[in-house]
Structure formats: C-alpha cells, structure tokens
Design a binder for this molecule. Structure first.
Ligand code: NDP
Length: 487
C-alpha cells in the first residue's frame, strides 16, 4: 500500500524535495503500514516558501476580488470532482472510515472555498459620517499568513484556514500535522489547477519545530493554529512576542446536557455523534454527558443499545462506522485514560472487547467506551481524551448543571437537549462556550462562526467573522473644510 507524494513539500506552485531534512513516514493507522516517506522542511525550504508567498501575495492582492473568488470556487469544484480519491487518501492517512471522509473532509473543505469564494468580492470597508471630513475604512490583507493543522481533519482544517486567508488577499504557508501530511498537498495542487498564482498556497512538512519556525519567521504576518491547548499557548506566546495576530482553535471538554423532557432518540443520537464520530477525535465533542435524573435510566438503556450496533473495522470498508485511532501510540494514551477512569471509581458500562480485525493492527483500535457514575473531580470529566470515551454525569437542577458545565478551563462547545424552548435559550446564554447546539450536536456550517472561549482558543473561523481575522483595518480621513490650525 502506498500513497507516496511526488515530493514532501509544495512550494512556488510545484513539488519540491530537500533530502537533507529529517526523514519521517506516514502510516495507515489501521494496519501500521508505511504509506509515504517524507522529509521535514529545512530552513532553505522554509525561506523559499516565504519568498514566493510574499511575491505571490502582492500579485494576488492586486487582482480583482471577484477574480480571487472565481479561483477559490474553481478549487472547490476540483475538490468535489476529486472527492472519491481525496476521501480514500484521507482514510489511508487518518484511519477515519470512508463513509465519514466521503462527506466530511474534502467536501467540507470545498464548502469553505465556495463560501469564501462567494464573499471575496464583497469584502470592503465602510464610510463613516463625520462632519467636515470624508472618513472611510479600507480592509487590507495582512500579508503572508501561517497555518498549522491538527491530524483529525487535515484537508478540512487546511481549507478552513486557506479559504478566508486567500479570499482576503493573503498568501499562506501551511504545515500539516506530521502524521497526516498527504491531503493538504492535494489542496495545493487544486489551487494551482484553479488558477492561483504559484506560491500563493505553500505546504511545508515537518514536526513541531517546523511549525515553531514558521510562526517565528519575520515574514509571518499572522498565525492560525488548530491543535492542543499546550501547543496553542506556545504559538500564541510567539505571536504575542512579535505582536502579530493569532487565531487559536484548541481543545475542549465540552458538556452535553440532557434534560428530562428531551426527545430520547435525538438526545441519544446527539451523544453518540458527539462522542464516537471519527473515533472520538473531534475537538468539540460533548464528552461530559450530564443527564437529568428523570430520564437517566431510559437514556442509558438506549445509549448502550445503540452503541452496541456500532460497527468497528477496516476504515476502507463502506460499512464500517468506526476505524482505528490515529496511531497505536495515541490509542495507548486513550486506553491509559480509560484505566485511570476505572481506577478512580467510575463504572465502565461497555465491553472492553474488540471484534476480530483480520489483517489490521488491533493496538490502534479502542471500542466505544461509556462510563457511568462519573463525578466532576475525576480525570474522565476534566481531561481531553480525544478518543471514543463518553462519561455520564448525573444532575438534578438547571442551575446546578450550568455551574458544573462551566466548571472547566475549556470553553469550545456545549450542547443541550430539551423540548422547553425558553429553557433552551436561557441555558445556551449561560454556558461558557464558543458554539452551542440545541437539540443537535457537532453541526459546523461554514456560514456560522466557529471557535472557542477560555482555554479553547481565540479568534473565529468560518462565516463573515473570519474576515476580521485575516484583514487589517485602515482608517482614511479626508478633510473637507479648511485646516483649523492655531499656529
Ligand atoms: P498538537 O497541538 O500536538 O499539534 C497541532 C499542530 O501543531 C501540529 O501540526 C504540530 O506538529 C504543530 N506543533 C506542535 N508543536 C508546535 C510548536 N511548538 N510550534 C508550532 N507548531 C507546533 O495537536 P494534535 O495534532 O495532537 O491535535 C489534537 C488537538 O487538536 C486536540 O487537542 C484537539 O482538541 C485539537 N483540535 C482543535 C480543533 C478546533 O478547531 N478547536 C479541531 C481539531 C483539533 P506535529 O503534529 O508535526 O507535531
């Protein structure tokens, strides 16, 4: 099995290699097989990427915004045209089931390119009525932006950063996670095929130190990271030292609250989606499921029944619901979190056993795991596990659950299920979260802002809000009356 790219990096509109960079491999998580050999970017590759990005950015910013929009929408069309192959590649690289990657990865990336391609021509400043002056603002690009991605949604993360950045007239140097380096190269190819100038979107590979070198580069005008809280704190500190803007999309430990009057099947469906999609490797997952006492038994019964129907197996099989985690090493971390939960006294309600996985590396798989009797002080309720581990917590009253839901340093997302429309809005208003879902979970339409509060991050992706984070505002004052000078 191979998915070897032409070369490791994509710089100035073409694949480039520098074999003096540290070698690393990409593996198919389900089998552990090596699917690609790559080299981390050397300083020479990084400099080449910034040089051509700076040149391309000037050309791109000078072209008509409507033309920029056309290029992005054409890139979206190419991703949709190639969705089958891109999904297969994403499944090989991430281990996510093909039934997910076909609808949630390149397809979501294409939506971002379409959306920002659509609004590119409408990005503008405003006129401000002031007596004796004509005052207006210009919304200008920042320059060369750096994007750094996580491994759970590689091409989607790249598109969610590249689409608004490019629509606003910036160029980008992007580093994918070292464990999922492949599909972002295809995005770079698609943009060139769509007519973007060479150098506008560059992919450089490597480990954390390459990301750190990009964020610290004097030509980096802005950095946008999707990753964990500790990495976010480091990268934001680097940006702060240089006083450049930073968008941080970080981790979470989101609450999902099920009130007594909830629609049972919807609430169970939301909890399953919000914990087991992508084998639980989703930043917004509602891993703390607070269930009100009156619905607790019925909820738990249906949750366990429906969990038992989840099909674990080969992610390339269209019938598979849940594949491996990103690596056997990460699965080991998730198993350690499960063991810690048991040792702290939570009761494990699901079986430990995996089905037969012929030809697959079972060490990379973790079955969907549900804990009951979880309390707020347990590690299960405090730490982001980033695997298929759902914790059930009991509650009695609305005010109690709001206080407990907010009792975390994270603030990425929150969900609640209730038929009481007044309570739904009251509770949504009271929750510390960048995104709230009422009677649904994990919907992230490109038209709506996405991002966290508290330790889960800063800035917003998607929607018109993202434009704020990829442009700078210039105020222009034109005097309309004689200058009133006392000298
Ligand atoms: P990491 O924080 O480990 O890595 C994220 C990216 O940052 C990777 O490309 C990594 O490179 C790079 N990196 C690591 N160290 C540095 C550094 N010092 N300077 C610059 N870049 C660096 O996250 P994971 O890849 O493990 O992803 C999982 C995390 O991402 C979870 O916490 C999850 O919640 C979060 N996430 C947040 C999302 C959101 O939108 N809020 C969405 C998806 C995930 P390398 O991998 O090569 O080491």
């Amino acid at each position: 099995m191979t998915a070897q790219p032409i070369a490791s990096h994509f710089v100035d509109g073409r694949y480039v290699e520098d074999e003096t960079g540290a070698e690393f491999v990409s593996r198919h998580p389900a089998t552990g097989e090596v699917i690609a050999h790559l080299h981390a970017a050397t300083q020479a590759v990084i400099e080449a990427a910034f040089d051509c990005a700076a040149r391309a950015q000037k050309e791109w910013a000078a072209c008509a915004p409507a033309e920029r929009g056309r290029v992005l929408r054409e890139a979206a069309r190419i991703l949709r045209r190639d969705n089958q192959a891109l999904s297969e590649l994403e499944t090989l690289d991430t281990g996510k089931p093909i039934q997910e990657t076909l609808v949630a990865d390149a397809a979501s990336g294409a939506e971002a390119l379409e959306y920002f391609g659509g609004i590119a021509a409408g990005i503008a400043g405003e006129t401000i009525p002031v007596p004796g002056a004509h005052v207006y603002t210009l919304r200008e690009p920042l320059g060369v932006c750096v994007g750094i991605g996580a491994w759970n949604y590689p091409i989607q993360v790249a598109c969610w950063k590249a689409a608004p950045a490019l629509a606003c007239g910036n160029a980008m140097v992007f580093k994918p996670s070292e464990v999922t380096p492949l599909t972002t190269l295809k995005l770079a190819e698609a943009l060139v095929e769509a007519g973007a100038p060479p150098g506008l979107f560059n992919v450089v590979q490597g480990m954390g130190e390459v990301g750190a070198a990009l964020a610290a580069h004097p030509a980096c005008a802005k950095v946008s990271l999707t990753g964990s809280v500790p990495t976010g704190a480091r990268v934001a500190a680097q940006a702060g030292a240089r006083l450049i803007p930073a968008t941080m999309e970080l981790g979470g430990k989101s609450p999902l609250i099920v009130f007594d009057d909830a629609d049972l099947e919807d609430a169970v469906g939301g909890a399953l989606l919000g914990n087991f999609y992508s084998a639980g490797q989703v930043c917004t997952n509602g891993t703390r499921v607070f269930v009100q006492s009156g619905i607790r038994d019925a909820f738990m019964t249906r949750l366990l029944e429906r969990t038992a129907a989840i099909r674990i197996g080969d992610p390339t099989d269209p019938d598979t619901h849940m594949g491996p985690l990103i690596s056997a090493e990460h699965a080991g971390r998730v198993r350690a979190a499960i063991e810690a939960g048991e040792a702290e006294g939570a009761s494990r309600l699901t079986q430990d056993a995996l089905p037969d996985l012929p030809g697959l590396d079972s060490a990379a798989f973790v079955p969907p795991t549900i804990f009951g009797g979880v309390t707020d002080d347990m590690s299960l309720a405090r730490e982001e596990i980033f695997g298929p581990v759902l914790s059930l917590l009991d509650f009695e009253t609305e005010s109690e659950v709001i206080a407990r839901a907010n009792g975390t340093p994270f603030g990425l997302a929150a969900g609640l299920f209730t038929r009481d429309v007044t309570r739904a809005h009251r509770v949504a208003a009271a929750l510390d979260a960048g995104v709230c879902w009422i009677n649904c979970y994990n919907l992230t339409p490109v038209e709506a802002p996405f991002g966290g509060v508290k330790a889960s991050g800063m800035g917003r992706e998607n929607s018109k809000a993202a434009v704020e984070f990829y442009t700078r505002l210039k105020t222009v004052n034109l005097g309309l009356v004689p200058v009133d000078s006392p000298y």
